[in-house]
Design a protein. Structure first.
Length: 453
């Protein structure tokens, strides 16, 4: 059987794969695995539960909280909050674990459940496997005074906002900022945060109705934000995704500033203030080569990881580094957070604009993005990417052609018969030509074999 947990918790069609029954079983199993230490000491474990505003989050949260409380866990219901807020509150409350109900940037019909361990840390694979194994066992059945209690975490949003404001290197007074909250989890707290920081705030995508999350707005649809920034004459725009664990930006002219550019700006600023640990940024292999070139010139080195914010986190923990992230806008400030935080990222980026007195467009020039072409080759045997001699030869030839001016990356999908071909080069035409050539080799050499009866 396939593993229930994916790269970011359990995710799927709400009331399809992700039913109330499954949510309750997951919660009961998590109560045993994640609440064991406090239960062993004779006291009730404590858990923080939060969700994004999807309609299905209402019944899933109810099922999760029923599973936890019926297993002897005291539940602090934080309501609708960003994923990074849930992680922060687990640590702030000294809870045993947390549960976030969200499908991030997915459409409204999907939903997901992910857990945070004590301290707000993401779970390693072996702990997720232990939860999955526990689902087959007996759930605890305390009675009487030993059942868990459910209470509203009434000051959850305020605690989170105060924490973020405490990270500010410079207030945002006089700065005009447009926020796009993706009709998601940031709709309440992001506008309040930026107003409290002193910014003049205009908000779009902050009217969640349970069904419109990520629908034509947010970090996956930057068009409305670009238009609003230009129309309002704003200094910059910040776009969140549905659960607000990432952030992309737009400069005053409506140009996109992606995660690589945001990391470059923040890494250089942290180094200048002596706060970038070992002068290292942790980023994935998908980050633009221009990021590495720019940071090398600034005296900053990059530690590369596999794609996924969990791998960035692992790389940061292993080296004790304090800044890392992805091109998609997941940026992790280990000094202030245990996971990617779109509100924190946007706040820090806006603070650099205010502190420097320079437009975001000018700050973003710290790196030059090399043209990057990505082709998803479907219907191929992804398992043979590393064993095909012909494909390896084609990659070597492409790399020789590019020299130091570009690079090639072939990455098999983790879930589909797809191989992703990514090529960066000094110009768009060269990148496109080499990517198409390699994609054709992938189609030919990794074609799925038809099996006849």
């Amino acid at each position: 059987m396939s593993r229930l947990f994916g790269t970011d918790g359990v995710r799927g069609l709400a009331n399809g794969l992700l039913t109330a029954e499954l949510a309750m079983k997951l919660a009961q199993a998590a109560a045993v695995v994640l609440g064991h230490d406090r239960a062993a000491n004779g006291s009730r474990p404590r858990a923080v539960v939060a969700r994004d505003p999807r309609a299905s989050g209402e019944f899933i949260a109810a099922a999760v909280e029923a599973g936890l409380s019926s297993s002897g866990v005291d539940v602090y219901d934080a309501g609708v909050l960003p994923t990074p807020a849930a992680a922060y509150l687990v640590a702030d409350l000294d809870a045993d674990f947390g549960v976030m109900i969200s499908a991030s940037h997915n459409p409204a019909a999907d939903n997901g459940i992910k857990f945070f361990a004590k301290g707000g840390q993401k779970l390693p694979d072996d702990v997720e496997d232990a939860i999955e194994a526990q689902m087959a066992g007996e759930a605890p059945r305390p009675v009487g005074a030993d059942v868990g209690r459910i209470q509203r975490f009434s000051d959850a949003e305020d605690r989170y906002i105060v924490h973020l404001l405490g990270t500010l290197p410079h207030r945002l007074d006089g700065l005009k900022v447009v926020l796009d909250c993706a009709h998601g989890a940031a709709s309440g707290c992001s506008p309040q945060l930026f107003k409290d920081a002193g910014a003049d705030v205009f908000v779009i995508g902050a009217e969640p109705d349970g069904l419109n999350i990520n629908d034509g707005v947010g970090s996956t649809h930057l068009g409305p934000l670009k238009a609003a920034v230009v129309e309002r004459g704003a200094d910059l725009g910040i776009a969140h995704d549905g659960d607000a664990d990432r952030c992309l930006a737009v400069d005053h002219e409506g140009n996109e500033v992606d995660g690589d550019q945001i990391m470059a700006i923040l890494a250089v600023a942290l180094k200048a203030s002596g706060k970038l640990k070992d002068d290292v940024l942790v980023a994935t292999v998908m980050s633009n080569l221009g990021l590495k070139i720019a940071l090398k010139e600034a005296g900053i080195s990059i530690r590369e990881t596999a794609v996924g914010d969990r791998y960035v986190l692992e790389g940061m923990r292993e080296g004790g580094f304090n800044l890392g992230g992805e091109q998609s806008g997941h940026v992790i400030f280990a000094d202030h957070a245990t996971t990617g935080d779109g509100l924190l990222t946007g706040l820090q980026l806006a603070a650099q604009v205010a502190l420097s007195g320079r437009p975001l467009k000018e700050l973003a020039r710290v790196m030059t993005k090399l043209p990057q072409v990505l082709i998803n080759v479907k219907g191929v045997d992804r398992s043979r990417v590393g064993s095909s001699d012909s494909l390896a030869a084609a990659v070597r030839a492409a790399e020789a052609q590019l020299g130091d001016t570009g690079r090639v990356l072939l990455r098999p999908s983790g879930t589909e018969p797809v191989v992703r071909v990514m090529v960066e080069a000094g110009d768009e035409a060269t990148a496109q030509s080499i990517a198409e050539s390699l994609a054709q080799v992938v189609r030919t050499e990794l074609a799925l074999e038809l099996v006849s009866d």
